[in-house]
Design a protein. Structure first.
Length: 263
């Protein structure tokens, strides 16, 4: 009986000792884990601040564009805006240049053209045009006469033209030269009547034309003209015949009164 009590006491003591030892082990492990976590938190690097603002260079002046009171920062180093146009209202124009007659295959015809203009507004105007031409035989006609013995009798060459035109400007635009300069231009049409003369006779001519004015400034321009003349001419053997002449002209134009530049 006494031996059994002794065994029970030894067993209870062992259980109590084991439980105390396990509890001490758990406490030590928890303390070690907490110590490791504290050390890790100490070693975490602090976040570095990123400056999202671009550095300002006080020595370089920033370009700004003011539009209706609002200031817009210009992202480009420089911006050039050019405004240049050709006003025509209540102005006179005087142009002179060269004229070719490319539709005549038997004669080489070329000459000079002079033109005076008055513009009622930017769209409508009136013109007086004069053309003086000179002709020489073409190589083809010389070959026919010298080598083939053929003589052309009923050919009539255009000598001059004087007439009035109604001017209508139908379209405006701009050319850019390597993004450095802007050239305004306009495309126009003309219709008119005049007096035409050939080496055989003279008569009334009806003219239709179109062309382009390329503004060099507000006071001068280059002008390209394409005109067609319809008229009756007298030939040597066939009498009166209908004739059509195509004329190409390149001229320099000056406008007055002069006005200042606007950019």
């Amino acid at each position: 009986m006494l031996l059994n009590k002794l065994r029970i006491q030894v067993l209870i003591g062992f259980v109590f000792f084991y439980s105390s030892y396990s509890l001490a082990q758990d406490i030590e492990e928890d303390q070690e884990i907490q110590g490791v976590e504290i050390e890790l938190e100490k070693n975490i690097p602090s976040p570095t601040s990123i400056d999202s603002v671009m550095p300002h260079n006080p020595g370089k002046k920033q370009n700004t564009l003011v539009i209706e009171g609002d200031t817009v920062q210009n992202q480009f180093q420089s911006v050039v805006i050019q405004k240049n146009y050709m006003p025509k209202t209540d102005r006179f124009g005087l142009s002179g240049g060269v004229t070719l007659f490319p539709s005549d295959v038997f004669f080489k015809t070329f000459g000079a053209q002079i033109r005076g203009s008055y513009y009622l507004n930017e769209t409508w105007g009136a013109e007086i045009s004069g053309i003086l031409l000179s002709s020489t035989k073409s190589t083809e006609l010389q070959d026919l006469e010298s080598k083939q013995g053929v003589t052309a009798h009923n050919l009539a060459t255009l000598k001059n033209y004087l007439g009035v035109n109604l001017y209508f400007s139908s379209m405006y635009g701009k050319y850019a030269l390597n993004d450095r300069k802007i050239f305004p231009f306009e495309i126009y049409q003309t219709v008119g009547l005049g007096q035409v003369a050939t080496d055989k006779s003279s008569g009334t001519a009806f003219s239709l034309g179109m062309g382009q004015v390329l503004s060099l400034s507000r006071n001068d321009a280059l002008r390209f003209d394409l005109s067609v003349l319809f008229y009756q001419t007298e030939t040597v053997s066939a009498g009166q015949q209908a004739a059509t002449s195509l004329l190409v002209s390149l001229s320099y134009s000056s406008f007055f009164p002069t006005v200042g530049k606007r950019w």
